[in-house]
Design a binder for this molecule. Sequence first.
Ligand SMILES: *[C@@H]1O[C@H](CO)[C@@H](O)[C@H](O)[C@H]1NC(C)=O
Length: 256
Amino acid sequence: MTKLFCLLVLSISVLLRDVTATVIFHNKGTVSGWDSINKEHKGVVEEVTNLSYEPPTSIKCIQTYDSSYTGRYHSEVVKNNVYKRGDTGFYGFMFRLSESWEFVDQTYNIAQFIANFGDSGCDDYIPTTMVWIKGTKLYARTNAGPVCPRSARTTTTFPNLADVSAGVWHKVEIQANWQSDNTGFFKLWFNGVKVLEKTNVATTLQDGRYYQFRVGLYANGWHDDGRLVGSQTVRSVWYDEIGAGTTFADADPDQW
Ligand SMILES: *[C@@H]1O[C@H](CO)[C@@H](O)[C@H](O)[C@H]1NC(C)=O
């Protein structure tokens, strides 16, 4: 009888979870509370107190170009198990480029959803959605199709979503319905204004595993282009109020 009662309570709470707001995670600009921190080469990820969107702290991510290095340039904080295929969620954060940011025709990724496909036989970590800066513009993409072969995947880039300024805080929020057939959707708000809405689209790969959500500076252009464009070899981006959940408010840095 007691067992039956417990089962009943469990079933009801599982049902309720689907209809009420659920916070997946919140981080108020601290280096604690993440599953891992990915710092490559001379990368730095640190908590600072002299700059924040909401005091007292923010996360400062730094990368330094090195012409004798051929690896990648991540400086990211990582939250595991944020979405899997079939989920719908909201994901938000504040970011600020350094006041002396040199805007160049090269990509600097600032957030991504990614999973380890080392078991696939054709790749290792594969990002689905990425969000980046190129010149003064914000870009995003989705990535769909089979995991293997790599050539069968379809990345869809959404360019010129917004104008990004140096030295000011910007707000990004994404809502995604993660589907590998064309029943998904993908929306992005910049500073509270919806700048992208794609419906009836595939938004993730044909695989059921969990993806990480990462924010941080990933200077992917330095690796992918094999060179530095412009002259700014040290790049800093700050992050604050990073969140994910099942309602807009769960992930809106101004609402939690
Ligand atoms: C924050 O502190 C660091 C280290 O003391 C300093 O280099 C930097 O200029 C400060 N930044 C601001 C915005 O005050």
